[in-house]
Design a protein around this ligand. Structure first.
Ligand SMILES: Cc1ncc(COP(=O)(O)O)c(C=O)c1O
Length: 352
């Protein structure tokens, strides 16, 4: 069996959309575009449709992530990668996805929209929120198509050990795809697992330019997968997913100069994260700050309501986790510039 056989039959037998921009003739009378490049300040104007899949950006992203161009699909942020995976593989009411809460909530959102069933294998504080592979594998069902792993985890900040990922990949070969979300990997000590896609056809990796590459506003990310899966995902991605403006800004962000700048900014964030962690631990209002491999910290306060009022008065927004019982009194705090971090610390210290 090939891994593509796990996809929904409708997707496997989809007839690809014939894209007008694929033609390279000088006079284009085939896409009902305006011939006038007016009203924009971009060099080439915006009157023409962008390339359906912009090859120079695909190549740049593939090089950046260390894979081949046929192993990558450029998407509108990695959020779209999550949605594409679920829509490609999950039949409503029949197939399931496995999640390990507390974890990024968008997996649940898109699974619910698609009508996929959700299997939860909660991570426990007593075991430092580590994934127990035996429990996870025992929870898988015949129709569990996708296992979402987030490393570093949002909101926990911890990484999933490579050994656990390999164990899951091997145990679920030909049955489930492991979707490894590496949105924050640049802030961690770990390497991306992208090089493993040639060995494991059931491994799919999500990357984004939104975090370390400072491009959240552009909406650009990537799905990295075996060359067999990419055309299936491509088939359900909107034909002109990326605007010309996004393509230009993503290419710029991946230039040597901009990459050097953003890499330096990542190092600064990591230093600030460690400083902020120590400062927060020293505050009376704080009961725990978990170690983090991302650009945020998960903090447990003695009383989240007091903190929420105090920070609200100081004009500082943090992400409070109210609904999940294991996350009571917890909040996720993004590591920002030193001045912002200092304001946060002094607001929390004012509660001592
Ligand atoms: C773990 C994780 N994955 C994916 C995303 C989506 O990011 P984007 O769609 O901006 O690439 C986020 C955003 O916060 C995230 O935290």
């Amino acid at each position: 069996m090939t891994i593509a056989a796990l996809a929904r039959p409708e997707v496997r037998f989809l007839r690809p959309y014939q894209s007008a921009s694929a033609c390279e003739f000088a006079i284009k009378l085939n896409a009902n575009e305006s011939p006038l490049a007016t009203g924009t300040d971009t060099a080439q104007g915006l009157n023409r449709y962008p390339a359906r899949r912009p090859s120079s950006l695909v190549k740049r992203m593939a090089d950046h992530y260390g894979v081949e161009a046929n192993n990558i699909l450029v998407t509108r942020g990695s959020s779209e990668g999550i949605d594409l995976m679920i829509r490609t593989f999950c039949c409503a009411g029949r197939d399931s996805v496995l999640l390990t809460p507390p974890v990024f909530d968008m997996y649940r959102l898109y699974a619910s929209i698609q009508g996929a069933r959700i299997i939860e294998v909660p991570l426990r504080e007593e075991t430092r929120f580590a994934i127990d592979t035996d429990t996870l594998l025992a929870a898988c069902e015949d129709n569990t198509k996708l296992i979402f792993l987030c490393s570093p985890n949002n909101p926990l900040g911890n990484v999933v050990p490579g050994k656990s990922i390999l164990e899951i990949l091997q145990a679920r070969a030909n049955r489930s795809i492991v979707v490894l979300d590496e949105a924050y990997i640049e802030f961690s000590d770990s390497e991306s697992m992208a090089s493993l896609i040639s060995r494991y056809d059931n491994l799919v990796i999500l990357r984004t330019l939104s975090k370390a590459r400072a491009l959240a506003g552009a909406r650009c990310g990537a799905v990295i997968a075996s060359a067999e899966l990419i055309p299936l995902l491509d088939g359900i991605l909107a034909p002109y997913a990326l605007s010309s403006l996004v393509i230009d800004s993503a290419e710029l962000a991946l230039s040597d100069e901009q990459l050097a700048l953003s890499t330096r900014a990542v190092r600064t964030t990591i230093n600030e994260r460690e400083r902020l962690r120590l400062e927060l631990i020293a505050c009376d209002a704080v009961s725990c700050v978990w170690p983090s491999q991302a650009n945020f910290l998960l903090v447990r306060f003695r009383c989240i309501d007091t903190v929420s009022v105090c920070l609200g008065n100081a004009g500082i927004a943090i992400r409070i986790y109210g609904d999940d019982i294991s996350m009571q009194n917890c909040a996720r705090i993004t590591v920002s510039l030193k001045a912002d971090n200092d304001r946060l610390i002094s607001a929390i210290r004012s509660l001592d």
